[in-house]
Design a protein. Structure first.
Length: 256
């Protein structure tokens, strides 16, 4: 059997451990979704593709993804967490070299996921990929081009290093996190970090994003700043006063 079909074992609450035979190449969408007792999966063969929501809403605690893997669908590991067991679910995972896209909602709601290792040249982290996880740090590869909307919303990240090729950061990507400062690779042609860790456009004229976890109650936009981008300060819980320079020309939608 080369494929485990769509929904093949979905909502089977008796499954605790699963070994996938060496002939299995693909796992269909929702194949194990809702298997609320499933804690461990072993791959004996060269699986290349796992469909969307394949292991969502399971009790997965341990999974070693094969090096052959090249595709992970949306929400594959979403909500691997049991509300009745605070220490349950995935805590760490390594994504193999063949994965170059982190799909939407991939780990959304995995409340104890603290560590993710990206081995491949990931170019895109899509919307909600790590939303509401316990992720404390992540090393972005230089190849990363885009971070999607709410990708890291509600995580425990405190610092972010924007890599060389990153050119797009979606709305709310780091909202509701304790991020206090951004750092940016010197070679990045789109962004730069101010001395205080605030994210600016490369020319320093556009204030792109103010760190959500910064505790200061006041902030002065540096002289020469001309734009405050859309949602740059949106709903910041600590900031009470912002001072504008004379050079300011434009304030984006819902900037505050």
């Amino acid at each position: 059997m080369q494929e485990i079909g769509m929904g093949a074992f979905s909502n089977d609450t008796s499954l605790v451990n699963m070994s996938l035979g060496d002939q299995v190449k693909e796992i269909g969408s929702g194949a194990f979704a809702g298997c609320s007792s499933l804690k461990r999966v072993i791959f004996l063969g060269d699986v290349t593709s796992i469909g969307e929501d394949a292991f969502s809403h399971t009790a997965l605690e341990s999974i070693h993804l094969p090096d052959s893997l090249t595709s992970l669908g949306n929400g594959v590991f979403s909500f691997c967490y049991d509300e009745s067991k605070p220490d349950s679910g995935l805590k760490e995972i390594v994504l193999p070299y063949g994965i170059n896209k982190i799909s939407s909602e991939l780990f959304q709601g995995c409340k104890n996921l603290r560590s993710v290792t990206l081995l491949g040249d990931v170019t895109v982290i899509e919307a909600f990929a790590f939303e509401n996880t316990a992720l404390q740090s992540i090393d972005f590869p230089d190849s990363l081009v885009r971070i999607g909307d709410s990708a890291f919303r509600g995580t425990e990240l405190t610092e972010i290093f924007i890599p060389r090729d990153c050119a797009e950061i979606g709305q709310y990507a780091f909202r509701e996190t304790p991020v206090t400062a951004f750092q940016v690779a010197q070679e990045n042609q789109v962004f730069m970090a101010g001395e205080d860790g605030v994210l600016f456009s490369k020319d320093g004229k556009g204030l792109v994003l103010y760190p959500y976890g910064r505790e200061s109650k006041t902030y002065a936009v540096p002289a020469g700043g001309e734009r405050i981008e859309k949602k740059a300060f949106y709903a910041n819980p600590n900031l009470e006063e912002v001072t504008f320079p004379e050079s300011l020309r434009d304030i984006g939608d819902q900037a505050f």
